[in-house]
Design a protein around this ligand. Structure first.
Ligand SMILES: O=C(O)c1cc(=O)[nH]c(=O)n1[C@@H]1O[C@H](COP(=O)(O)O)[C@@H](O)[C@H]1O
Length: 280
């Protein structure tokens, strides 16, 4: 791999605008496309998305759960999605929110980020709520293979604050996650580049970034901001939520784009419209 993930994401955001299109084939959406909710419907849905998104957005984020529902055949569809997007030159972020202890985290890291991974994404979402350092095997392996991570910091669901806004030893939990990512991105920051350890901060968190004093610019973290579109995040709210760090933010949207299917032409038009709104 030629460049680290942070640099590749920076280039993709500059070329296509800061949009990450989600592939979330849940039952309601699949059926609204006139497809049956089975592996064949899943495959048709997911490959239509690949066709519409490849080459048009900075990154694509398939949500693993919606493929896992169908067992090994669903996972095979997910692997095909990741492989086809890689071949098309579009970055992938697998949303699997993995997080575990020691040897188990090492196995998750090898499964998704290792040299021998079957269909590796360019980056993986991970949960630091077993402790930021529990992610060390994934952080180190991603660094060696040029891949990236997005670590949950402030999630878009209302329940998240009960853990993420809590304070321990005088430090807010989310701030400790930002501090961890800043340490791992320090070398990239020194070169004036984005690091490869990103954060997930919902587009819907309002003033929490400022209220909790999170220094995202200093941490040189790419920020994945789900909740753009269907959950209420807007171009204006991205500006007020992220302030000086707005240029690091990759807005993620699933339902708002996917609702335009199944007609490929309409899906492409909606993808382009949302990407343009963010680029502007
Ligand atoms: O990690 C994520 O992507 C994520 C984190 C978060 O805080 N909130 C959140 O909604 N997500 C994911 O982002 C997607 C949101 O989809 P829409 O609300 O349809 O745009 C889903 O796949 C969620 O699992």
């Amino acid at each position: 791999m030629t460049q680290p993930f942070g640099a590749r994401l920076h280039d993709a955001m500059r070329s296509h605008g800061p949009l990450c299109a989600g592939i979330d084939p849940h039952r309601g959406l699949v059926e609204s496309w006139g497809l049956t909710y089975d592996v064949r419907g899943l495959e048709r849905f997911a490959l239509t998305c690949v066709e519409a998104f490849a080459g048009r957005v900075a990154a694509v984020k398939p949500q693993s759960a919606f493929f896992e529902v169908f067992g090994s055949r669903g996972v095979a569809v997910l692997e095909r999605v990741l492989t086809e997007l890689r071949e098309a030159g579009t970055l992938t972020i697998l949303d699997a929110k993995r997080g575990d202890i020691g040897s188990t985290m090492t196995a998750y890291a090898e499964a998704y980020l290792g040299e021998g991974a079957v269909a590796p994404p360019d980056a993986l979402t991970v949960s630091p709520y077993l402790g930021y350092e529990s992610l060390r095997p994934a952080i180190d392996l991603a660094d060696r293979t040029g891949r990236g991570l997005f670590v949950l910091a402030l999630t878009s669901n209302p329940e998240g604050a009960s853990v993420q806004h809590a304070t321990r030893d005088g430090e807010v939990v989310a701030a400790s996650i930002v501090r961890g990512a800043a340490g791992d991105n320090a070398a990239a920051h020194g070169r004036g580049e984005l690091g490869s350890v990103g954060l997930v901060i919902g587009a819907t968190v309002g003033t929490a970034v400022q209220d909790l004093g999170l220094d995202l610019v200093g941490a040189a973290t790419p920020v994945l901001a789900p909740g753009f579109g269907a959950q209420g995040g807007t171009v204006a709210s991205l500006g007020s939520t992220f302030g000086a760090a707005r240029g690091q933010v990759l807005a993620a949207s699933s339902r708002e784009i996917l609702a335009a299917g199944p007609e490929p032409r309409r899906l492409v038009a909606q993808t382009t419209r949302v990407a343009e709104s963010l680029r502007a």
